[in-house]
Each structure stands twice: as structure tokens, then as C-alpha cells.
Design a protein around this ligand. Sequence first.
Ligand code: ZN
Length: 332
Amino acid sequence: MPTITVQDIIDHLAHIAPPQYQESYDNTGLLVGHAKQEVRGVLCCLDTTEAVVDEAIEHNCNLIVSHHPIIFKGLKRLTPTHYVARTVIKAIKHDIAIYAIHTNLDNVLQQGVNQRIAQRLGLINCRILAPKQVMKVATFHFQAPPSDSLREALTAQADVHVYADGLHWQVRYPSGSENHVRTLMRTHNGQIWSQQTDALPATQVGSGLVGELPEPMRESDFLDLLKGKMHTGCIRHTTLLGRPVQRIALCGGAGGFLLSHAIAVGAQFFITADYKYHEFFDADNQIVIADIGHYESEQFTIALLVENISQKFSNFAVRSTELCTNPINYWC
Ligand SMILES: [Zn+2]
């Protein structure tokens, strides 16, 4: 059997959810450990807690693949006074690597967090709720120093950025500007030297998801379905509007920023988590907001991670954590 390294797993997961699709505030990627380390077993989880590291040790898993990054805002010291540092110290002591696949997995349609929720609810005709403009990066090489007017012409386009280094220019541009950028470069004797193109088309990348139930349902019946399928103890929701439900917008985790998109696509329900009191008023009798809980909305991501890894690798164990890492308890 060939040796599988942490890097092999990273490469495979990056194919499903390219790291460049993570949000700017995120910290996706290899957070602890060495990419060249041989993988003996993988443990998948939503949150890397100390107990999850203990579980990895117990089951001889030396790679933890976690949805949420345990190191998020940066670490100033590695002393055991805080749970994040204790978790990292324990992982390092036991040669356990930690890889996070967070908003990049939220932002892909295929094999992503939101598709899994949609599958559980039986939604059809699923598409991205707020598609992202896919950016491309190309490196151009010039035979002779290009003119200043070229840079001005390029950057006059929205979202086009030029990083110039003598005869080498790196240009970052939205995929929609591809033809314009190439034409300008050609007329100025620029040759494309290397190009990193994004792997996925724009319609496959972005925030949230919208899809339809196969048949319209009553609102209360849909809430029952939602509660059962998502294993949520309690749903916090806005006023029911007394109309049939068929189009559903959703976003695993904290998706409140997508409410206007959910209304714009004509969804009757918007399912997400982490809603605050005043934000519920924004439903404004146009949609029903249903907050099912952050952990509840993403818990099936753990099995998704196991499947995403197992589809490629079969010569070591890939496990789901058996621990519930939800920090929130309900006294019902
Ligand atoms: Zn989350």
C-alpha cells in the first residue's frame, strides 16, 4: 500500500472545496502538524476540542479534519490557561495534525455544507443563494517595459488589480473580465506565462443555497419536517404567514447576512442559525426565519467530511467523532 500523507488528503479536499473560496476572516487550512506526515487514521468533527483530541489518540487517528478552525483569531501564547492553547498543545504532543475546512466548504455547492442540509430536507433544483464572483490570477510576461497607460486601462475595470514587478505582472481579475484583460495584454505584447484558473464555475461557488420541496407544504408541517430531519430540539422562528411553503433558502451556521437574498429569490422560509432578537424583526412578514441552532444546522457536515475523504482513500480508517461538541444546551 502506498503511503498517504497529510498533504494527499489536503490536496483531495482542496479539489472539493478550494481554499481560495474561504471568506477573508477565516483561517482554513493545516493549522497544526506537518504536511509530509504519514496518515494512520482520520477523525472528522465540527469543533476540535480537547476531548476530540483525546478521542483521536484513543483511536490512533493522527489527523483531525475539523469544520471550524480551532485557531481562528491567532494565538499569542501556548500555555494551558485557555482551551484553544490546551487543545493545540495536546495535538502537538501526540503528533496529531489538525486541518480545518470551513467557509470554503460552506461556499461550494457540490459536496458542501448546505447541499447536505438540502439533501436531508429533500430539496430539489438546488442552486447557490448568493453566487460569488470568481477571481482569476494570471501572470503576464512582457518583451519590453509596458506603458503606464496599460496599467491605467486595466485598473479602470472594477476589481482588476495589477501587481507589477518589472517585466512580470500579476493581474487579478473577476472571471467576467477575462476577455477584456487578455485583449489589453495582447495589444501591449504581453504573453501569458502561467495562469492559475479557478477550478469551479461561478454558479457553483457562493453563500447559502436555495431549492424547492417537491410538493408545497403547510408551514406547520414543514416545521415538523425540519425539526425531525435536522434533529433539532427546538426551532426559533418568526410569525407564520399562512401560505404554502415550497421554496426554501438556507445557510448552515450564521447565515443572517443572506436574508435579503432569501427574500429576493422568493423563498417562503429561510433556515439558518445564530439569529439575534432584533434581527428576527427583519423578516417583516415577507418570509419565515427559522433558527435551528448552529451545531444542529452543521452536524451532518461531520458525515459529509467522512464521505468526502473515504471516496478517495480506503487504506486507513476515517471516523466521525462520537462526541457532541455543541457548547449550547437546552433546558426544555
Ligand atoms: Zn459553523
